[in-house]
Design a protein around this ligand. Structure first.
Ligand code: DSN
Length: 516
């Protein structure tokens, strides 16, 4: 049966009746997954297909590739038995994991819903539209005012797509400097090298935090923006523990005729829950990953304004014209086929983001971060900006006579995952003074404030071992590792603490770990 004939049959279905529930209306031939039935198929016929007689195609991973499976099992055990405190990580839900391993993975669908370059996309269209509608709903956005592209593979491609679409080649962008808490894709470069492609293909001027307060220096940003005249300003961060002042960003952007883009990747769960200020009131464009606080799949999303941008003195309306620019920049500009399994997972994650349970989770994430902060401060550690409004804190390890690298290393040896990070005023991203700690993943496992007190105790114990080691080794990580390796006493102390932490951690559940 030709595709045209199949289409004709489908088009003739009564519009209010679902395609598969209406087989009895289409006679005499039925087409299901390419099979032609002379009678209406029973649900058994519909749901079953002959089992493929191929061990590589139909066998389980643990049978077809035990070598790889063994390593995956080790990673699973590492996740289960460790305390995951990397601020950008989380444990996603079973429905998201289920979407990620569906047949949607098999389909090419370049283009936008109902405008594809491949056939067979009727259900993919339905799923992508669902992901779009739910993304707008999760942030309470009016579809007349906002559009969304759910195809970016992740946050970095999403940001690059925005710059490609709305900033001219070598046009100017301004973002928070990476050592001050910004992201690579906010235009990072050093004195010697343009590190990120966003500083190679666009001209980038960073703004900074005040080195004493650790807060974004909006006054200096306004002065620099006036001189630099950026086409786009990025309000976003990778390691900044305070809410952003979007209203001030907006004013600076308006004063210079710039677009304002928020990169809310880290905080998008908190924004969806409505527990911190939303960037949507002030921004023209908002990008996010979907796997951090939002707790969805590893993917990216771009929201963009539609409708009236401004009204001239003579009453003439100036309209936003960024919808097509951004969509075309994602595809065909930068990407090929959308990852449809990830788009389905975005749809279900955005649905979860509207539930009361999700709001409670996000509130607990912040409470836990604040408890982590106060616990460490009470033990003498210095935290950038003195606190946190969000899901992360930045601890200045110089307050414990350490730097970021040995601190990260000792915590890793004790099964606590975090990352070394620059603190305000640091000169080198390779040898930073701090560590970044976040609570989204621990909160997903069910830890509450009292549990965080215990985590603070573990962190403190580990860092005290690091202090002892560095008295002998000095600050270099290679020497630090060697000193531990050569000391039975240090190894015993670390092993004892690690076992205690791992036993504690294993008591907290993980979504889907029994099944996946
Ligand atoms: N790598 C992420 C982070 O850790 O913040 C951002 O892309």
């Amino acid at each position: 049966m030709s595709n045209i004939l199949v289409k004709t049959c489908l088009n003739s279905l009564p519009s209010k009746i679902g395609r598969f529930s209406s087989f009895s209306f289409v006679q005499p031939l039925q087409v299901v997954y390419g099979k032609i039935y002379s009678e209406t198929p029973t649900s058994k016929q519909f749901h079953t297909s002959p089992k493929m007689n191929s061990s590589i195609m139909n066998g389980n991973l643990w049978e077809t590739d035990p070598e790889l499976y063994e390593v995956i099992k080790k990673e699973k055990e590492r996740q289960r038995s460790g305390l995951e405190m990397i601020a950008s990580e989380n444990f996603t839900s079973v429905p998201v994991l289920q979407c990620l391993s569906t047949c949607l993975h098999n389909k090419y669908s370049e283009g936008m819903p109902h405008q594809r370059y491949y056939g067979g996309n009727e259900y993919i269209d339905e799923i992508e539209i669902m992901a779009q509608q739910r993304s707008l709903a999760a942030y309470r956005l009016d579809p007349e005012q906002w559009g969304v592209n759910v195809q970016p593979y992740s946050g970095s491609p999403a940001n690059f797509a925005v710059y490609t679409g709305v900033v001219e080649p070598h046009g100017r962008i301004m973002g928070l400097d990476l050592p001050d808490g910004g992201h690579l894709t906010h235009g990072f470069f050093t004195a010697n090298k343009k590190i990120s492609a966003t500083s190679i293909f666009f001209e980038s001027m960073p703004y900074k935090v005040d080195p004493v307060s650790g807060l974004i220096d909006y006054e200096q940003l306004a002065i620099t923006a006036k001189l630099f005249k950026p086409r786009l300003i990025i309000a976003g961060m990778s390691c900044y523990s305070r809410c952003l002042d979007y209203k001030t960003f907006r004013k600076i952007a308006d004063d210079n005729g710039a677009y304002l883009m928020a990169d809310m990747a880290h905080i998008s769960g908190l924004v969806a829950a409505g527990i911190i200020p939303s960037p949507f009131e002030y921004c023209d464009i908002v990008t996010t990953t979907t796997h951090k606080t939002l707790r969805g799949p590893r993917a990216g999303v771009i929201f963009y304004r539609k409708g009236v941008r401004s009204v001239k003195a003579n009453g003439q309306k100036v309209m936003f014209d960024i919808e097509n620019k951004i969509n075309q920049s994602v595809f065909p500009g930068l990407q090929g086929g959308p990852h449809n399994h990830a788009i389905a997972a975005i749809a279900t994650a955005m649905k979860q983001a509207t539930t009361p349970e999700f709001v409670e989770y996000q509130k607990q994430v912040v409470k836990n971060a604040q408890r982590l902060c106060s616990g460490l401060v009470s033990r003498g550690y210095s935290v950038a900006t003195g606190g946190t409004d969000v899901h992360l804190i930045l601890v200045d390890m110089r307050s414990a006579g350490l730097t970021g690298s040995p601190a990260e290393r000792i915590l890793e040896l004790c099964s606590i995952a975090c990352n070394k990070n620059t603190v305000p005023g640091d000169k080198s991203a390779l040898n930073p003074s701090g560590i970044r700690l976040g609570t989204p993943a621990l909160t997903t496992r069910g830890l509450k404030e009292a549990d965080i007190d215990r985590v603070v105790d573990y962190i403190d114990k580990a860092l005290k071992i690091a202090q002892e080691v560095t008295k002998i080794s000095g600050p270099k990580v290679a020497d630090f590792n060697k000193t531990i390796e050569e000391s039975a006493d240090f190894k015993a102390k670390i092993t004892k603490l690690r076992e205690e932490i791992e036993n504690y951690s294993r008591a907290f559940p993980l979504p889907g770990f029994e099944t996946y």
